[in-house]
Design a protein around this ligand. Structure first.
Ligand SMILES: N[C@@H](CCC(=O)N[C@@H](CS)C(=O)NCC(=O)O)C(=O)O
Length: 223
């Protein structure tokens, strides 16, 4: 049976959601972030050397990295569900968004989180103005324009079809949910981008999404 090593408020929420969509049996093993550093506890490194979430075990297999886990689960347990037919333009879009979520959308959001934290981190008073100036400059000159670029791009793409890989909901939408939820929670994604906002509203009403929330515990990325 699949065991999801689930860190609170994390990307592993996507894996729970996928398993709920497919109706696959699984077990959740919970790990709590350190309240100060937000890092995962050392126990997660006993499962995978990087100690990040998500990671799953399935019999002798241990697999990390959200995209790889999603591909594995739909391939082994999906029976063709949640993936466009191979060789179609929608399948290529599916592959694109599956990689884009972590490879392109997440990095600027992570930079923003880090620079936001630098601005408020405790530090000697004489360092604070310099740290804040550097963090503020990095955000205004690079991070925020990059986030805007990506949000505009995603908004435009969802203007072409209701879901990222075409007219049907797929696992690529599950993979894309995390950057969009992170952007809504801490990077200004709001109703000025109606397609992305509607996407979030639609996924939040899915029964499997709700069940995954019950299994995963409070998910404070949600705005
Ligand atoms: N690209 C990886 C990112 C994994 C990752 O950074 N996970 C975060 C949770 S959202 C984590 O484990 N953070 C705690 C830590 O780094 O200790 C994936 O998609 O699985």
């Amino acid at each position: 049976m699949i065991i999801v090593h689930h860190l609170n408020n994390s990307r592993s929420q996507r894996v729970l959601w996928l398993l709920e969509e497919l109706g696959v049996d699984y077990e959740v093993k919970r790990y709590e972030r350190d309240a100060d550093t937000m890092l995962a506890p050392p126990a997660l490194r006993a499962v995978h050397p990087l100690g990040k979430s998500p990671v799953i075990t399935d019999g002798a297999l241990t697999l990390a990295e959200s995209g790889a886990i999603i591909e594995y689960v739909v391939g082994r347990y999906g029976g063709g569900r949640l993936v466009p037919a191979a060789g179609t333009p929608d399948h290529l879009r599916y592959i694109y968004w599956m990689h884009y979520a972590e490879g392109s959308a997440m990095p600027p959001l992570l930079f923003k989180l880090v620079f936001d934290r630098i601005e408020t981190a405790p530090m000697p008073f004489f360092v604070r103005p310099f740290a804040r100036a550097i963090a503020g400059r990095a955000k205004s000159s690079f991070v925020e324009p990059q986030i805007k670029l990506h949000l505009d791009f995603m908004e435009g793409e969802l203007g072409k079809s209701p879901w990222f890989a075409g007219s049907d909901f797929t696992a690529a939408d599950i993979q894309m949910s995390f950057p969009l939820e992170a952007a809504a929670a801490r990077a200004g994604l709001d109703a000025t981008r109606p397609k992305l906002t509607a996407f979030l509203q639609r996924i939040h009403t899915r029964a499997a999404y709700q069940r995954a929330l019950e299994k995963g515990g409070p998910y404070e990325l949600l705005s």
